[in-house]
Design a protein around this ligand. Structure first.
Ligand code: LLP
Length: 434
């Protein structure tokens, strides 16, 4: 259930017609529904009812401060992977002891910031990183609460670019070295072992890989405890897939039952790091048709959003549902269309041969399932502005990230003194001096 539905033929976010937001804010814009964020968080949390869990929303999926605060108010913690995300989580009001700091390459600066903030746990992914964290902690006169991320060598059966749990991936400590690394961590000043972490990938649509990974970590908890390590927390990562169309995916309840069955008796606090499953279907990107173009062999709808605004189709061949903001008449004949952006490369394509009702210039389209890994992955490629983000709540809406205009980007590009004046003037002056 999401909260982007037609009402009287107009697509609305909760009770707000998207056309109204477009008229006020301009296009393209991201739009998030509070009701969907709340519902997804609650359904996910309910799936673990009775277990000792901490749900740390993966900030990388959607780092908008208003979105984070919406979730934090429901009790969500945060999984952060950079000093920037840590800052956002804190500004949003996430309590430091609800924050887990993950990531394969934390800088010493980021480690120091995380320790100063008093985060719950830092997930360490290599021995050199462990050394560095020990040094940073000792220099700050504190002890770092550490979980070692292990790589369970499990195939998540997802897109290769977002699979992280195979031995050839850069993530985590090799399964076979876990014992040595824990022993080394235990012997280090400034390091306090608190748990184990694992994360095998994202958009996982089959529970089997989770099961394989969790069976391995369950066994590891037992052997590490037998070695004398205090394993209090078990961070099982994120990764639960979501429907981008009608594709079947396991529900949070099914995932929760699996976690309970496999890990319910390990006597650990279970940390979960969901991102996409909470935010993905809570957001859309609204774009306007600029031109309809008849190519030699294809029909193109050229829209004002582009791959810089929403990269997933170009990067992962991701398929996002697209629907007109004004509902098509029941008898409208669908036509196969390519929905493309204005950027100068063919990869700037949101959909190929997609059956859509007749469109014309100025029509608004909604690109669905754009609440996770969309706005956060935007760039200013082709010197395009970063588009605004809007949060709807019932019949109210607010801009929660303003446009970052091209002028702002240009203002951060100082010219060196030897280029202070435009080239032609400089050349003329040089000629005159000769
Ligand atoms: N925890 C860790 C350590 C992660 O690396 C990730 C995602 C998550 C949690 C959250 O996973 P989720 O529940 O959202 O699947 N840009 C890609 C997705 C990259 C995911 C990276 N890690 C995309 O657009 O599909």
């Amino acid at each position: 259930m999401d909260h982007f539905q037609y009402r009287d033929g107009e697509l609305c976010a909760e009770s707000v017609p998207l056309a109204r937001i477009a008229a006020e804010v301009g296009t393209p814009f991201y739009c998030y529904a509070t009701a969907t964020l709340e519902r997804h968080y609650t359904v996910f949390a309910d799936a673990f009812e009775g277990l000792d869990t901490l749900i740390c929303f993966a900030v990388k999926a959607n780092s908008n401060i208003a979105v984070l605060r919406t979730l934090a108010r429901l009790g969500a913690g945060a999984d952060v992977v950079s000093g920037g995300e840590l800052k956002r989580a804190l500004v949003a009001g996430v309590a430091p002891d609800g924050i887990v700091f993950s990531g394969v390459g934390k800088t010493r600066q980021e480690m120091a910031e995380a320790l100063a903030a008093g985060v719950r746990q830092i997930n360490v992914e290599s021995e050199p990183e462990l050394e560095a964290l020990g040094e940073v902690a000792r220099a700050a006169g504190v002890t770092a609460p550490v979980a070692i991320r292990v790589n369970p060598d499990v195939d998540a059966r997802t897109h290769a670019k977002i699979a992280t749990g195979k031995s050839e991936n850069k993530f985590g400590v090799a399964w076979t070295r876990a014992h040595e690394v824990y022993a080394r961590a235990a012997a280090m000043d400034g390091i306090d072992i608190v748990g184990i972490a694992v994360h095998i990938g994202s958009q996982i649509t089959d529970l089997e890989p989770f099961r394989d990974a969790y069976v391995r970590v369950r066994d590891l908890v037992a052997t590490l405890r037998a070695d004398g390590h205090p394993i209090e927390s078990l961070d099982v990562g994120g990764g639960l897939g979501i429907p981008y169309g009608d594709d079947p995916v396991p529900s949070p309840a099914e995932y929760g039952t699996m976690v309970r069955t496999l890990l319910g008796d390990v006597d650990c606090r279970i940390i979960l790091e969901p991102g996409r499953v909470i935010a993905g279907n809570a957001g859309i990107l609204v774009t306007r048709v600029l031109y309809m173009k008849e190519g030699a062999t294809r029909h193109f709808a050229i829209v004002d959003a582009a791959m810089n605004d929403l990269l997933r189709p170009a990067l992962y061949d991701a398929v996002h549902a697209i629907m007109p903001v004004t509902e098509a008449a029941g008898e409208a004949r669908l036509q196969e269309m390519d929905v493309v952006g204005p950027i100068c490369e063919t990869g700037d394509t949101f959909a190929s041969g997609r059956p859509l009702p007749p469109l014309e210039a100025d029509d608004l389209l909604a690109i669905r399932t754009a609440g996770a890994y969309c706005a956060v992955m935007a760039s200013s490629y082709n010197s395009r502005p970063l588009v605004p983000e809007v949060l709807v709540n019932g019949d109210a809406f607010a801009v929660v990230r303003e446009t970052i205009p091209v002028d702002t980007l240009l203002a951060h590009e100082p010219l060196p003194d030897w280029l202070a004046s435009p080239a032609t003037a400089g050349r003329r002056a040089a000629r005159a001096a000769r």
